[in-house]
Design a protein around this ligand. Structure first.
Ligand SMILES: C[S@@+](CC[C@H](N)C(=O)[O-])C[C@H]1O[C@@H](n2cnc3c(N)ncnc32)[C@H](O)[C@@H]1O
Ligand SMILES: [Zn+2]
Length: 334
């Protein structure tokens, strides 16, 4: 971490300021040390450059299992892809790159840091990526050279910040929490009045086949499996989807005459959009779906209620790839 991160931090327990003590530093980068609360004297460690506000040994078992699965995933699938920017913009619609300029941004559940990097390169004043899992190690390594990025290991339910952000976003995280709405409210509570928030979640609509057929397999089998075995096993559905997108969905959707036929294909809107990605990304997506022990599929109605309950205005809800929901809204001044 860099010392300037301190200006954004408070004790998640009592809200008081934290004081920094450094044991190992390398130029501007503080590699080892601690942060201690002036109020309740709670102390958190900084290790390998990352402040550790949460540790997997201390969180509830359902959160722990999710974070372990994703931690493994994001320390294995560390690839980068030039298509991430377009994909990210799809998830945070209607936000555009210029929206990030000079904003102080919070990312809830940064995983390997692919969106953290994009936000930083699009001109965010500072972006703080938090994640509960060891994915923070990958995110930190990927962003260490960017002076406006800060990575923290923390639980989205217990964020060590005051209400200081111009913009907060969370992509593909909230539906994996034991209580998705509470995670959303926690994120929104850190956005300044007049600031904005984006969230992307799985939709209930059009995903009945997943909730009926995939969820039981995921709950009972794949999320509990040895990760190395799952890595190999997930190549079967990933390979099937990869071949279908490369040989059928991609070509048909690209051809003028094939488009009208493609529209009738199963899950076309989604497979059309993942078709340009390579094998590794297809494998990541399938592994991601099978490793998570918790996954909620939210109806439009439930998702809209979240936005009403935080009192957001100027809310835009978008049906994404006909299988998920993107929300964007403003936290009112009062
Ligand atoms: C599907 S991944 C998405 C990561 C990233 N947003 C992306 O799109 O690349 C979900 C992430 O949420 C994180 N996560 C799960 N529960 C969390 C919690 N309680 N607090 C913070 N992060 C959490 C996981 O560790 C994982 O990195
Ligand atoms: Zn405190």
């Amino acid at each position: 971490m860099r010392e300037k991160l301190l200006a954004y931090l408070v004790c998640p327990g009592c809200g008081q300021n934290l004081s920094l003590s450094v044991t190992v530093a390398q130029a501007e980068e503080i590699l080892e040390g601690s942060l201690t609360c002036a109020g309740c004297h709670r102390s958190v460690s900084i290790s390998r450059g990352i402040p550790r506000f949460a540790s997997l040994d201390e969180v509830d078992s359902d959160k722990q299992a999710t974070a372990e699965g994703f931690g493994w995933q994001w320390t294995h699938f560390v690839q980068e892809d030039k298509r991430y920017s377009e994909q990210f913009l799809g998830w945070i619609k209607p936000v555009r790159p210029e929206f990030f300029v000079d904003k102080v941004v919070l990312e809830g559940g940064c995983g390997k840091g692919r969106h953290t990097q994009l936000a930083a390169n699009w001109g965010a004043k500072d972006i703080i990526g938090i994640d509960l899992s060891i994915a923070v190690e990958t995110a930190y390594a990927a962003t260490r050279q960017l002076p406006n990025v800060h990575i923290i290991q923390a639980d989205i339910y217990s964020l060590p910040f005051p209400r200081c952000f111009d913009y907060a976003f969370s992509v593909g995280v909230l539906h994996h929490l034991p209580n998705p709405k509470r995670g959303f409210e926690s994120l929104a509570s850190k956005v300044k009045p007049g600031g904005h928030i984006s969230a992307w979640v799985y939709g209930a609509e059009n995903n009945e086949w997943i909730t009926r057929w995939v969820n039981p397999v995921r709950n009972k089998l794949t999320s509990r499996m040895d990760r190395h075995v799952l890595l190999q096993l997930s190549k079967i559905p990933a390979g099937t989807i990869y071949l279908a997108t490369k040989l059928i969905y991609g070509p048909l959707n690209r051809s003028k005459s094939g488009k009208s036929l493609a529209r009738h294909l199963f899950y076309n809107e989604y497979f059309k959009n993942v078709a340009p990605f390579g094998w590794r990304e297809h494998h990541t997506i399938v592994f991601d779906h099978l490793v998570a022990p918790t996954a909620f599929y939210l109806s439009r109605e439930e998702f809209e209620q979240w936005w009403r309950d935080i009192g957001a205005d100027e809310v835009t809800i978008t049906w994404h790839n006909e299988n998920s929901w993107c929300g964007f809204g403003r936290i009112p001044e009062k």
